[in-house]
Design a protein. Structure first.
Length: 847
């Protein structure tokens, strides 16, 4: 059944929702209210609707060239809670001269204004860009008082302009303790960067002129800082920033919802701080707030909803109530307009008593109730999401569980708005928010047509059935073969390494991931936090919100892993732009594109050192047991470095000294074990670099061929693995002084994985990372869960016979959802059952 009028009456569905949701008093939140730091005060503050005093902000902007006839410069004040492109307000500016424009607007005192400049031309609005041709998300201004803000537009998005540029660089410190601060958003000229563990930042490519530099704490725990900074051509302006910490107070949000709200459905708070769901990233459809990171309010006996959280005194808060995110099913005023509430957190505890006027944004479109039945094979812990498309696919929204109806588990979601577009609406269902990876088989991939409906004056009840899930159509299990397993000495590693791909909603599923890892017997969690290299020339390598976990994300994951009884290792892993060729890895393409001259190499070693030291500090502060350096992506930077195609990388002569210095600095900051991720390649095994003697152990990246014949058996795989371990790896370990070695294996569940060459259908071999989610499926590759399971068992058989091996790790585990796809992830696959059998016996917890 695809879609039809709802069989049960709406009243029955509502009753089921009430029963299913009424007991959900405790919900997981990424940012729980702090237990101790909240400072209680005798007299709580009760917020009122009194208008804020206004500050007059005068914007003065220099543009690249005079406007053409009929054009106009505007400043767009943005709304990051609803979505940056979705609720902006444009204010026209007036000319001071041919390239200088100015205008004043009133804003609330102590508000933080997010804005960017645009040029109106022929009815189109063209926004400013950086000198690198990248979109500017926003500039920032803290309106503590009335002030003039000076800005420089580098280039308009539709025109090429050459400007002289310079750099603003420096560090951010706690003004009270003088400690460097990570995770501070620093912006100037529309460029944005996040400080590293030493508080360092660099904004390169700023046009010459005066810019406003702003340092902003994304969780509000430090007061905003701003000052003017003059940028000169080809020079660096150095700035030390000192920000004052803010005291946490307890803020209680109480809200009365409209009478047509289904009792017990989750009401969330969307806001401008990280703990209110803001990701500071550009998500699907222009969204910035993630539902899975928004706090869920608790239903009170009187029918109101309430939530108490610690918020920093003095922080400017923008927020709204929602049954979805900042856009879908968010509150509206009585006229159907967007609502964004604002207040400055007072110095004492506060209570906010609010009322949602309406969820519907129009009386011309009635709400749509979606109800879906899902396959019986769906894991019980899964959450079903619905994703909508009007102007593009937006962020998925979690549905509401109905329980089992007529033998099939059902979920529902009532969409109130915005539905004022009066037209077609596409939608689809997916598992655990991973639309594009864990889809209904009817709507697979990144950009399907989706299921269709239209808005109407009257409300609608739609009933759908998901016939099957992509990559989980009929989950396959394979028999396990009993083996005599020798328990290892204490300290043996039985681990899981998690795929470095990151999206903000992954964090919601981290706890369950670590619990699942523990359940299969693992004792070791390898986290792979990343920075992204957005450009090889000029080298741009820094954390990118939405693609890389922020400092707080990785810190929370490390804590959750430890709470599940897992030792933690931090394996910093860079992200590179996609190569566009499934046979060429992203890192190989990066190295090919890089200039690799002396100046570039110096910049690369400087940035990579900062990257590794950043995560050494995080490993130290989060209590990690080890940090893993290296990886196949750094091979061209090693002494005698070669590119993936075998040609020299032109690495500098002091590469050995550079790496020894990096290892020494990491050791200085982190007192746990330092491991080196060594790819198993002939060159690295036959001629190991000398500095490997400086590390505590080898994390051997193992994806080597185990068979040449397609008819090879599991015993053949085990025999070849044993031969390689004895003839190539054991001599290397003896040469390195018998350091511990951990076999870190990655094999896709695809035909040909054991041969080391998965055909790309064009006569070449596939980069197996191309099979990872959320990448699109490669139809030329055949799924083979049996191959992956056999390889895992063969490797463990070989390791079982060699006591000098110190551990085994499965690489590439996809954190948010179980899939039986072609990737190297074992989540939900028979290979995970192999580990479930082997890990406890190797560790001696099962005999």
């Amino acid at each position: 059944m695809m879609k039809e009028k709802s069989i049960p009456a709406k009243r029955w569905v509502y009753a089921a929702l009430i029963l299913a949701l009424a007991g959900q008093a405790c919900q997981i939140s990424l940012f729980d209210p702090p237990a101790n730091p909240v400072t209680a005060t005798p007299d709580a503050f009760s917020a009122t609707s009194t208008p804020f005093p206004a500050a007059q902000v005068t914007f003065v902007v220099n543009i690249p060239e005079p406007l053409q006839q009929g054009e106009q410069v505007v400043v767009a004040v943005l709304d990051e809670v609803t979505g940056l492109p979705l609720n902006a307000t444009q204010y026209p500016l007036n000319p001071r001269d041919s390239v200088t424009y100015t205008g004043a607007i009133p804003v609330p005192v102590n508000s933080v204004v997010k804005y960017r400049y645009g040029r109106m031309s022929g009815g189109s609005l063209i926004f400013e860009e950086t000198v690198f041709g990248e979109a500017i998300r926003y500039r920032m201004h803290n309106a503590a008082t009335s002030a003039e803000v000076q800005d420089v537009v580098a280039v308009w998005g539709d025109r090429a302009t050459t400007r002289q540029t310079g750099v603003i660089a420096g560090s951010v410190f706690n003004a009270d303790s003088n400690a460097p601060l990570p995770n501070i958003l620093v912006t100037a000229g529309g460029l944005q960067v996040i400080t590293d563990s030493q508080g360092r930042f660099e904004l390169a490519g700023l046009p010459v002129g005066v810019h406003q530099l702003t340092a902003y704490s994304m969780d509000g725990l430090y007061q905003p800082f701003q000052q003017g900074a003059n940028v000169e051509a080809d020079k660096s302006t150095l700035v030390d920033v000192r920000v004052k910490p803010a005291r946490l107070v307890s803020v209680t949000f109480n809200v009365t919802v409209p009478e047509d709200t289904v009792p017990g459905v989750p009401v969330r708070i969307a806001g401008n701080l990280a703990q209110l769901g803001n990701t500071f990233a550009d998500l699907h459809g222009g969204m910035n707030v993630s539902t899975d990171r928004m706090p869920i309010m608790r239903l009170q006996p009187d029918g109101r909803y309430s939530y108490t959280i610690g918020l920093p005194a003095g922080a400017f808060i923008e927020y709204k109530y929602s049954l979805g995110d900042g856009y879908w099913n968010a509150e509206h005023d009585a006229a159907g307009g967007w609502v964004v509430r604002k207040f400055v957190v007072p110095e004492q505890d506060a209570t906010l008593d609010d009322r949602v006027q309406a969820w519907l944004d129009s009386n011309k479109s009635g709400p749509i109730l979606f109800e879906v039945g899902i396959p019986s094979v769906t894991p019980a812990a899964d959450i079903i999401y619905i994703q909508f498309n009007v102007f593009g696919w937006t962020e998925p929204i979690p549905m509401w569980p109905l329980g089992v109806v007529d033998g099939r588990t059902r979920w529902a979601y009532q969409l109130y708005g915005p539905l004022n577009f009066f037209g077609a609406l596409s939608y689809r269902y997916c598992r655990n928010g991973q639309c594009g990876s864990a889809d209904d088989t009817q709507t697979v991939g990144a950009s399907p047509t989706g299921r269709q409906t239209t808005t109407s004056l009257l409300g609608q009840d739609l009933v759908d059935t998901v016939a099957s899930w992509k990559w989980f159509e009929n989950p396959e299990t394979l028999p396990l073969v009993g083996t005599n397993i020798t328990p290892r000495a204490p300290g043996f590693v039985a681990g899981i390494e998690y795929q470095p791909t990151f999206r903000p909603n992954f964090s919601y599923y981290a706890w369950q991931t670590f619990a699942n890892s523990k359940a299969i017997g693992s004792n070791f969690a390898v986290l792979t936090p990343s920075w992204t290299a957005t450009s090889a020339s000029p080298l741009k390598f820094a954390p990118q919100p939405g693609l890389d976990p922020l400092w707080i994300d990785t810190a929370i994951m490390a804590s959750q892993a430890r709470d599940n009884g897992l030792n933690v290792s931090i394996f910093p892993t860079p992200h590179f732009p996609p190569s566009g060729d499934s046979a060429v890895s992203a890192s190989a393409q990066f190295w090919k594109n890089a200039p690799r001259d002396a100046a570039w190499w110096q910049a690369w070693f400087t940035r990579y050192r900062i990257f590794l030291v950043n995560y050494a500090d995080l490993a130290s502060q989060t209590g990690a047991q080890s940090i893993i350096l290296g990886g196949e992506w750094v091979t061209p930077s090693l002494p005698g470095g070669l590119l993936p195609d075998g040609t020299p990388s032109n690495v500098p002569a002091d590469a050995e000294a550079q790496w020894r210095g990096i290892i020494a600095e990491v050791r200085n900051r982190f007192k746990g074990q330092v491991l080196w991720a060594l790819p198993y390649e002939k060159s690295s095994i036959a001629s190991p670099v000398n500095f490997l003697r400086d590390v505590d152990g080898i994390y051997l990246l193992w994806s080597v061929p185990l068979a040449t014949s397609p008819t090879a058996t599991k015993d053949d795989y085990a025999s070849e693995a044993g031969r390689l371990l004895d003839n190539e790896i054991n001599p290397l370990m003896i040469l390195l002084g018998n350091k511990p070695v951990i076999i870190a294996a990655a094999y896709p569940s695809a035909a040909g994985a054991a041969s080391g060459c998965i055909s790309n259908g064009a006569g070449g071999c596939l980069d197996y990372n191309a099979l990872s989610r959320p990448n699109a499926d490669i139809s030329a590759v055949s799924l083979s869960l049996q191959t992956q399971a056999d390889i895992y068992e063969a490797l463990l058989i070989a390791i079982n016979a060699r006591s000098w091996i110190s551990g085994f790790v499965s690489r590439g585990y996809f954190m948010p959802v179980a899939l039986q796809d072609k990737s190297a992830s074992i989540n939900g696959k028979p290979a995970a059952n192999v580990l479930w059998y082997w890990y406890p016996r190797l560790l001696g917890t099962v005999h």
